[in-house]
Every structure is written in C-alpha cells, then in structure tokens.
Ligand binder design. Sequence first.
Ligand code: 13P
Ligand code: SF4
Length: 301
Amino acid sequence: MTKRVVTLAHYYTQPEIQQMADKVGDSLELSLYAREAEADIIVFAGVRFMAETAKILNPQAEVILPDAGSTCSLVTQTDVAALKAWREEHADYVHVSYINSSAEHKALSDWIVTSRNVDDIIAHLYEQGKKVIFSPDRNMGAYLNYQYGYDMPLWSAVCEVHDKFNEAALNEALNAVTGEAHLIAHPESPLPVLKRADYVGSTSGMLNWVKQFKGGPDAVIFVATEDGILYNMSQARPDLDLRQAPIYAGCQCNSCPYMKMNTIEAVKHAQQGGGTHIDYLSTEQMDAARVPIERMLEFSR
Ligand code: 13P
Ligand code: SF4
C-alpha cells in the first residue's frame, strides 16, 4: 500500500521548499499539524528539535529530517547534564523551556513554550504565584524579564542567527530612512534591538503584523529575523517596502544555516523515505518530553 507522506516546512526554509510542503508555519502551528497529521511519513523541512517534537506528538508516524546536520544553536549550546544541575539548584521553581530544545531538555521541563505563547504562559504562572526559571534562550528570557518586570533566573544560550542583530547597524539603517520607518523583531534578538521594536513576536505574529499594516505608502519596515520569512511577507504584501534588519551596514544577509540545509534534493529524498529517521528516542524519553509539550498545547487550545 502506498504510504501517506505529509511534508511540513518552517517559514525560514527557502521559497521552493515551502512550495513543496503541505503545510507551512511557525513552531506551534507545525507541532499541531504534526500531532493531527494522518500520515505514515512526516517529512519535516525544519530543524532537528522540530522533527523530534513531531515524533513525540505523533509516535506512530515515521518522521524524517531531510538533512542530519539541521540542528539549532540553542540546542548545541546547552549541556543537558549542566542544565539538570541548574534545574536541581532551583528545585522550588517551575522550569519553562523554549521549544528550541532537545527531547532530553524537554523531559527536564515543566512547561514548553513557543515564541507565540511564551508571554501568556509565563503570565499565567506568575498569576498563580509561581517562581519561574527559563531556558535555553537568554535573549528571550531577558526580554520577558524587562517587558513584564519578572526576575526569572535564565539559562544562557542564544540563537546564533538572531543574536547577530545589533543596535548600531539598526540605528544606522533606521536613521537613513527619511520618512516612516518601523521595526518588527523576533524575541530571540538581543534586548537593545527588541527595545526599539514596534512589535515583538513569533514568525507568524510578525507575518500577521505585516498583513495588517496600515501605515503610509512610503513606510519602510525592517524585519529582525531570519530572511526566509521575507518571502511570505512580500507574497502577502507586495506593496510594502520590507527589508531584513541589517547585521552590518548594507547587509540583508542573516540566514539560518541549519534551515537552509533543507535543499530541494534533500527534501525529495526524504519524501521517498531517505534522510534522517527520528527513530532513536526511547518510549520513556518521548513520554517524559510529551508531558510539558501537551501542557502547552492544552493551554494554547
Ligand atoms: P517560531 O516559533 O517563531 O516560528 O520560531 C522558530 C525559530 O526557530 C526561530 O528562530
Ligand atoms: Fe535555531 Fe536560530 Fe536557526 Fe531558529 S534561526 S533554528 S533558533 S539557529
């Protein structure tokens, strides 16, 4: 019998890859698609932690990552043994972890969040009088502490892509615009960049902001995130002057090397059953990691 193959792609993949996918979305949307997918094979054109999350949520499906090298710096910068010790030092805290984390990391967490629901979930925990520690993204945690006056102890890893955005290059670009200029940013960016932004949010949050933009016809919108989503933004609003935020003068060149490993050849190969099968997580590991993910999905329902 022919196997049912569903291909999922993140907004940061190249346009040709997005066109090969059944569903394109942010981390939260893709997790939900993966959980509900009636598929024998899920090809995940994204990065490894996303494919692992898909497998955890839909263990019956074969989940395939097109390129074995598609990792994420938030995962590789986190030593899980050190994280476990840190978690034990804060035994009376609730541990909230960003979805950009390994399955082992998730298993050490009480809640998983994505950039779409992190504000609401942490507000909910503070409303209940809980003390919270946040991992692994230091920039996102610093932004939450600044924005809401929290005092969460933070783990210290960064997204190597977003961490390159900086105030100096941004100021130069913003000051060079004579008319209306806006900045929207992903919360993985450094705090000085986020403080200047008109809007801070997930990839789909930024895309919606752009879709609904009602500013002047000459407005320039700088986007501090990976360059892949500029495709979706310009498809939705071809009338707007959308520019990726620079990391140095004249550069609109900040892309995620791991997302871009999803080449046409690698995705086609995976659709035929090749690539990296996410078949190395034990049932115990998946069961433990699923608890905080399901808690998030239930909350975001
Ligand atoms: P989103 O959840 O906003 O899609 O972000 C995923 C990601 O990896 C950002 O770098
Ligand atoms: Fe990880 Fe950053 Fe790439 Fe997102 S953009 S997958 S956080 S390295």
